[in-house]
Design a protein around this ligand. Structure first.
Ligand SMILES: *Cc1c(COP(=O)(O)O)cnc(C)c1O
Length: 227
C-alpha cells in the first residue's frame, strides 16, 4: 500500500506544480468506506493522516477500533439530520452540508458539545437528480443562512461531478466550483471563509488539483476496489 500511496502523492504534487500551485496546499482524504480498520491502520503507518467515511455507523466502529491512532476523520457522505449528532462527535470536517435544515441540526449538536464544527457546502454541480447538494441558484442563500449559526464555520465547497471515464470531461465542473467559491468569497459574508475546495476522486483528481482543489478524496487508488 505504501508504494501506491507514494505514487498518488507524487501525482498530486506534479499536478499542483503544473498549475503553479504549492503542493502543500492540497490535502489527501483517504476514503476508507467499506474497507476494514486494519486497512486504515496500514495507510496511517504509510503516513496518511486524514480519512473519509460516508456512513456514520460504519465510521463509528472504525474510529473506535482505531482510537489509538493520531488521525483526523472527515465525513463525506450524505448526512441525514438525525445523524448530525454523531457526525459532530467524530468528524473534524463535514464535507456534505446541503440544506439549512442540516446546518441547523449540526449547529445545535455542536453547541451541545461546545464545539464549532467546520463544514463545507456540497454543490450539485451538474444538477443531477441522483446526487445531493445545493444547486448553484441556492448556494448563496444557503451560505448566508448557515453562516448565521454560531457553532458552524463554513470553510468552503465540495462537489462530485458526473462520472466520466475521461477525467478531462470533469474539468469544467471543477472550474465551475472554483468560480462559485470565488463568487461566494467575494461577498464577504461574516462566518464564511472559502479557503477549501473538496473535489477530485480516483479517476479525476489531477484535473481537480489543476483547477484548485485543496482536498482530494481518494479511495480506490489507495485501498483497491470496493466490494
Ligand atoms: C467513495 C467516494 C470517494 C472516493 O471515490 P474513489 O473513486 O474510490 O476514489 C470520494 N468522494 C465521495 C463523496 C465518495 O463517496
Amino acid at each position: 500500500m505504501k508504494g501506491r500511496i507514494q505514487k498518488i502523492q507524487g501525482r498530486i504534487e506534479a499536478a499542483a506544480l503544473r498549475a503553479g500551485r504549492d503542493p502543500a496546499a492540497v490535502g489527501l482524504v483517504a476514503v476508507s468506506k467499506t474497507h476494514p480498520a486494519e486497512a486504515v491502520r496500514e495507510a496511517a503507518a504509510a503516513g496518511l493522516t486524514v480519512f473519509g467515511e460516508n456512513y456514520v455507523q460504519e465510521a463509528r466502529d472504525k474510529i473506535e477500533a482505531l482510537s489509538d491512532l493520531d488521525v483526523s476523520w472527515h465525513f463525506i457522505g450524505h448526512l441525514q439530520s438525525n445523524k448530525a449528532k454523531y457526525a459532530v462527535r467524530w468528524f473534524d470536517l463535514i464535507h456534505s452540508v446541503d440544506s439549512v435544515k442540516l446546518a441547523r441540526e449540526i449547529d445545535k449538536q455542536a453547541a451541545k458539545r461546545g464545539k464549532v464544527q467546520d463544514v463545507l457546502i456540497q454543490v450539485n454541480i451538474a444538477d443531477e437528480p441522483t446526487k445531493s447538494g445545493a444547486g448553484e441558484d441556492e448556494l448563496e442563500a444557503l451560505c448566508r443562512e448557515a453562516a448565521g449559526f454560531e457553532n458552524i464555520r463554513i470553510r468552503g465547497l465540495m462537489t462530485m461531478p458526473p462520472f466520466f471515464d475521461e477525467p478531462e470531461k470533469a474539468r469544467p465542473f471543477f472550474a465551475a466550483l472554483r468560480r462559485m467559491r470565488d463568487h461566494i468569497a467575494g461577498l464577504g459574508i461574516e462566518g464564511v471563509s472559502m479557503d477549501a475546495l473538496s473535489m477530485g476522486m480516483t479517476g479525476d483528481f489531477e484535473a481537480a488539483v489543476e483547477e484548485g482543489a485543496t482536498w482530494v478524496r481518494i479511495g480506490t487508488a489507495i485501498f483497491g476496489e470496493r466490494q
